[in-house]
Design a protein around this ligand. Structure first.
Ligand code: PEP
Length: 256
């Protein structure tokens, strides 16, 4: 059985007091009604990582960061290392988010280095892939995700995949309110499993947790999460409020 996972990417939102308010509300909901099958992870900004981790120490909610640099320390102004986020309590890290690719020009070479560093530090990687609208319209979705998986995960071993979750996030669906249809998500997720089989080892694809991300909301979560190859969601906007994030967690619990 694949692990179901609902992860919240807070992006550049929430001061420390706001972050603590949100996770305390979420923790209360989780304690009243603990999810039986769904792992829940929150990824606050770096500034709130330590405080959030401390608050969630004895809870079932995991904590992740949204990025790392590939060196452990050094003269890299403004960067934060894997060692630092671990020390602040993170066990997960999002790598390759389309906003990092787009605004910070992260390419597969950079993403590959970051993934290897995260894995070397025993962090669980949430690796994002996905095509732009233009690429989808040109029917390049398969080529794009194949290319991203192949180069971002270059030289990883099959054993590394245990600590890696892929998030299929079509760029045109992120923060736009326009989600992929459940069928579109299913098609790419199933293709991602084929890619993993071909690149790593036959059979490995069906063991991997693959998330969908892109305008997941309480209203569309059930349909997306009921697809056979959709194991969970990476949620942006709707994770910033405990009530809507909780509804998505409940949709995961009810799905398949
Ligand atoms: C994201 O940032 O990974 C994301 C999917 O955002 P949203 O849910 O707001 O589209």
């Amino acid at each position: 059985m694949r692990q179901k996972l609902i992860a919240g990417n807070w992006k550049m939102y929430k001061t420390i007091p706001e972050a603590l308010q949100l996770v305390k509300q979420l923790r209360t909901k989780m304690e009243k009604n603990p999810p039986a099958k769904t792992k829940v992870v929150v990824c606050p900004p770096f500034t709130a990582l330590a405080a959030v981790s401390e608050t969630l120490k004895s809870s079932a909610i995991g904590v992740g960061a949204q990025n790392i640099f590939w060196e452990d320390e050094g003269a890299y102004t403004g960067e934060v290392s894997a060692k630092m986020i671990k020390n602040a309590g993170a066990k997960y890290v999002i790598i390759g988010h389309s906003e990092r690719r787009r605004y910070f020009k992260e390419d597969s070479q950079v993403i590959n280095k970051k993934i290897k560093t995260a894995l070397a530090h025993k962090l669980h990687v949430i690796h994002c892939v996905g095509e732009t609208l233009e690429e989808r319209e040109q029917e390049l979705t398969r080529d794009i995700v194949l290319n991203q998986v192949e180069w971002d995960l270059k030289n990883l071993a099959v054993a590394d995949l245990k600590n890696l979750t892929i998030a299929y996030e079509p760029v045109w669906a992120i923060g736009t309110g326009r989600n992929a249809t459940p069928e579109q998500a299913q098609e790419v997720h199933s293709f991602l499993r084929e890619i993993l089989d071909a690149l790593f080892q036959p059979g490995v694809g069906k063991k991997m947790t693959i998330l969908y991300g892109g305008s997941v909301k309480p209203e569309n979560a059930a349909a997306l999460l009921s697809q056979p190859d959709v194991d969970g969601a990476l949620v942006g906007g709707a994770c910033l409020e405990a009530g809507s994030f909780w509804k998505i967690i409940q949709a995961s619990e009810k799905a398949g």
